[in-house]
Ligand binder design. Structure first.
Ligand code: FAD
Length: 325
């Protein structure tokens, strides 16, 4: 068992974690990033990224994350392949985390960048056709389906928002829901029903995504009518699964303020959690925007606030020492 000590401990290696690391390293905080089970984060499971600023041509998600890691390490970050299995936020700072390896991580400040995972249906074809017609992010991938017939699967706010967003690109959006009414807010439902580009297919369960990942991708969905049991197929080239996201906050339950969805609650407009010295950035504290660029932006904010927190604390300590001397 090794104890790793740093001024700035970062949990998570997505765009938020590495952006915090780049700023933290450049401020001399010699950050440690604990990578977790998905080194590089969610962008490593996608292919084309067309909306991250600075690149005129389409880039690949895994490549972008390798570059972020390389940049963070170049300026002085240590990246460690481990997963945090417990943290103690009650007695810090400094804060102590324990890795799956048995190693202990101690940070004078802690930056939480553990992200969120889209919820999937878990039916055949979904994983195989991911990025080849099946997506969980209309803002990210809607543009790739311009002019095409697409579907959104779900019945809550996320699904309705995704369907409305997709009408910017597609003249034919179908919302598929397994019940006969939506759970989303009334105002969103009104906008949905008023939009001539959207139709709703009620009482349908998606059983399978159809198509060949190596030849053309998604071609359609196999459905079952939840009332009559009748099976059918629905032709489409783009399907957006919109049944919600799960923030990776299990570790912090009972130790940090969270909203009803489990997202970490921060002081409005900042990455400051309710525990001084603990900052949260990226998708783990953002149920709304959930983009790589917003994650990177809040990662930057977390590092800047962490640096100020340490500077203020060190100044206060030196003042106290001077008075005592
Ligand atoms: C298929 C897909 C396509 C997308 N396409 C785009 C796009 O084109 N453009 C765009 O802007 N956004 C896109 N997004 C959204 C974007 O990927 C996310 O908004 C962004 O990755 C969030 O960054 P993050 O750093 O907050 O978290 P994440 O990327 O989710 O990273 C979380 C990190 O935390 C780590 N972690 C979790 N728990 C622990 C633990 N216990 N210990 C240690 N580490 C832990 C994980 O291993 C991971 O490294 C897409 C998302 C998906 C799923």
């Amino acid at each position: 068992m090794t104890t790793h000590t740093t001024r700035m401990l970062i949990i998570g290696s997505g765009p938020a974690g590495f952006s915090a690391a780049i700023y933290g390293a450049r401020a001399g905080m010699e950050p440690i990033v604990v990578q977790g089970l998905q080194p590089g984060g969610q962008l490593t499971i996608t292919t084309d990224v067309e909306n991250y600023p600075g690149f005129r041509d389409v880039i690949q998600g895994p490549w972008l994350m390798q570059e972020m890691q390389a940049q963070a390490e170049h300026v002085g970050t240590r990246t460690i392949w481990d997963t945090v299995v417990s943290v103690d936020l009650t007695s810090g700072p400094p804060f102590r985390a324990i890795g799956d390896s048995g190693d202990v991580y101690v940070g004078e400040v802690l930056v939480i960048a553990t992200g969120a995972q889209a919820k999937w249906l878990g039916v055949p074809g979904e994983q195989e056709l991911g990025g080849k017609g099946v997506s969980a992010c209309a803002t990210c991938d809607g543009f790739f389906y311009r002019g095409k017939k697409v579907v959104v699967i779900g019945g809550g706010n996320t699904a309705v928002e995704e369907a409305l967003y997709l009408t910017n690109h597609s003249p034919d959006v179908t919302l598929i829901h397994r019940r006969d009414s939506l759970r989303s807010e009334k105002i969103l439902q009104d906008r949905l029903h008023a939009n001539p580009r959207i139709s709703v297919l009620w009482n349908r369960r998606v059983d399978r995504f159809l198509g060949d990942p190596l030849a053309g991708g998604l071609t359609g969905l196999a459905l079952t009518d939840t009332v009559t049991g009748e099976a059918s197929e629905f032709a489409t080239e783009g399907a957006f699964v919109a049944i919600g996201h799960a923030p990776a906050t299990e570790l912090f339950k009972g130790q940090l303020a969270m909203d009803a969805g489990g997202y970490i609650q921060c002081e409005p407009g900042t990455p400051k959690t309710n525990v001084p010295g603990v900052f949260a950035c990226g998708d783990v504290m953002d149920p709304v925007y959930r983009q790589a660029v917003t994650a990177a932006g809040t990662g930057c904010m977390a590092a800047l606030d962490a640096e100020r927190f340490l500077a203020e604390r060190e100044f206060a300590e030196s003042e106290a020492e001077a008075v005592g001397a």
